[in-house]
Structures are given as structure tokens and as C-alpha cells.
Design a protein around this ligand. Structure first.
Ligand code: NAD
Ligand code: ZN
Length: 256
């Protein structure tokens, strides 16, 4: 494992890897969106330094947990609404446009890859999407603004007006089953890639963090871009350490 912490050199190495691979898979975590103003979970000041995650089982069984989940969701909705893609998102969109990567596997729920121009069908959202909500029983989709008006008025967590079921932000909570189709698509793309680039993830959340490992075991080159150490640094062929926007923003400049 080699570590590079000069952003220019890092960008040059990343560009070289992108231009010489057959097919790359891009895998992102919360770190790619911090430069868009959305806090991550594990950095100092990140969300887990302020609150405990709510388990899916608690969401299902406790009215108080549901209320707390919705209070947090509406806070996040505000952040998502104001956020715009940054240099990191835009660089990845260029790689996809150039055909270097077909798929962006993301743990993020903010929709910023799609906003940066990656076609929705090329984004595999392992942990769902926090920009809308859905009924857990009949899957009816709900608009945030309408739910929020009711929540602000009577403080009660939303229920489905079609079937009376529990409405939940369309994200995968801790303790909730992973989405089957997304897991399959992520696995298929990972096994077909000879370059796997994990960006802005501490790589501690499984099963998501299993994909970089799978790529490596399958013979792909594993490249990590992150500001701090990750749990899988020792598995990587190359670790590019620095600010994501600085590194990604300088890639492929000569061809764009
Ligand atoms: P994480 O918080 O565990 O790790 C983020 C990593 O990115 C950290 O190692 C941090 O040092 C690094 N980082 C942050 N900003 C950076 C920057 N500008 N440049 C370089 N490195 C930077 O996040 P994770 O691994 O994605 O895992 C956790 C979960 O967080 C995911 O399941 C995801 O669903 C959820 N989440 C998503 C969002 C979002 O959608 N934007 C935000 C918070 C959490
Ligand atoms: Zn319903």
C-alpha cells in the first residue's frame, strides 16, 4: 500500500489509473458531499458525534423513535434542498460520461450524483434516498413538504393516507434489509471492474464496505481517496489522502 498526500500527484495517479483501466467502478460515501455542506457521520462534528442512529426495529415499534427519526429527516431534507454538487461529484460525472465507469455505487442518500449529471440509472443507491418518503406497506411515495406541514402542526409521525401504513424516508436504516436489486447490481459491476475507486468513505459500514474488498479479491486495483485513514487502507493498492474536491477536481483535465 502506498500513500500519496500531495493533491497534484494524487490527481495525476488517479488520472493515469482512469485512463489505463478497462472498466472502473466508483464507490462513494458521505465524505464526497461534505464540500456541498452536508455533514458526514464519522468526522469530528459529524452526525454520530451528536446523536445515536435509530434502529429499524425501534422505528417500527416506537412512536417516540418515529417522531425523532422524522425530526432528523426534516433537518436533513433542509440540507439536501440547499446542497449543490461539488467538484468531486462533477469529476465523477465526467468519468461516467467518458465511459470509464458505467456505475456509481453510493452509500449517500442525498441525490447529488444524479444532480451532477450522472444518469439516474447509473447510480446504485445502497442506502436508499432521503429526498422522498414512502409507505412501508403499499410503497406509495410522499412529498416531503406535505408530510412536514402535518408534522409541524400536530407533531405526529406521518401515516399513509391510502392504507394507514407507516411512512418512512426512503432510506435504509440500521437493522433494515439491504435493497436486493441494488446489491445485485453493485456486485455485478464490482466483479466486472479492473479498477475500484472508493471515495469519501470510512469503509466501516457493512455490507457496503464489502464491495471494495470483493473488487480486490477479484483482482481489481483498489484505489482509495479519503482525508483520513479508513478501515481498508491496508487492502488498497494506492491511498490518495487529501481533500476530495482538490484531488478529483484535477483529474482528466487534459482531456476535458
Ligand atoms: P463516514 O462519515 O463514515 O466517512 C466519511 C469519510 O469521509 C471520513 O473518513 C472523512 O474523514 C472523509 N471526508 C469527509 N469529508 C472529506 C473531504 N472533503 N475530503 C476527503 N475526505 C473527507 O461516511 P460513510 O463511510 O459514507 O458511511 C456512513 C453512512 O453515512 C452511509 O451509510 C451513508 O448512508 C450515510 N450518510 C450519508 C450522507 C449523505 O447522503 N450525504 C451524509 C451523512 C451520512
Ligand atoms: Zn400505504
Amino acid at each position: 500500500m502506498a500513500i500519496i498526500d500531495d493533491s497534484k500527484v494524487a490527481a495525476a495517479r488517479l488520472t493515469e489509473a482512469l485512463l489505463s483501466c478497462r472498466k472502473a467502478v466508483v464507490f462513494t460515501g458521505a465524505g464526497i458531499s461534505t464540500e456541498s455542506g452536508i455533514p458526514d457521520f464519522r468526522s469530528p462534528g459529524g452526525m454520530w458525534s451528536k446523536m445515536q442512529p435509530i434502529q429499524f426495529q425501534d422505528f417500527l415499534t416506537s412512536d417516540a423513535a418515529r417522531r425523532e427519526d422524522w425530526r432528523r429527516r426534516f433537518m436533513m431534507f433542509d440540507q439536501f434542498r440547499d446542497a449543490k454538487p461539488n467538484a468531486g461529484h462533477r469529476a465523477i460525472a465526467r468519468w461516467v460520461e467518458a465511459g470509464i465507469a458505467d456505475i456509481v455505487i453510493t452509500q449517500n442518500i442525498d441525490g447529488l450524483h444524479q444532480l451532477s449529471g450522472v444518469p439516474a440509472e447509473a447510480v446504485v443507491e445502497l442506502h436508499g434516498n432521503g429526498t422522498y418518503a414512502a409507505c412501508l406497506d403499499c410503497e406509495k411515495r410522499f412529498d416531503e413538504a406535505a408530510l412536514r406541514a402535518t408534522f409541524d402542526r400536530d407533531g405526529r409521525p406521518p401515516v399513509c393516507d391510502a392504507c394507514g401504513g407507516i411512512v418512512k424516508a426512503a432510506v435504509i436504516s440500521f437493522g433494515q434489509m439491504m435493497p436486493e436489486r441494488e446489491m445485485e447490481r453493485a456486485q455485478e459491476a464490482t466483479l466486472a471492474a479492473d479498477l475500484f475507486i472508493a471515495i469519501g468513505s470510512s469503509l466501516v459500514v457493512f455490507p457496503a464496505a464489502g464491495f471494495p474488498l470483493l473488487a480486490k479479491r477479484n483482482g481489481a486495483q483498489l484505489l482509495l481517496v479519503n482525508g483520513t485513514e479508513t478501515d481498508l487502507d491496508f487492502e488498497a493498492d494506492l491511498v490518495l489522502r487529501g481533500k476530495i474536491g482538490d484531488i478529483l477536481g484535477k483529474t482528466l483535465l487534459e482531456t476535458s
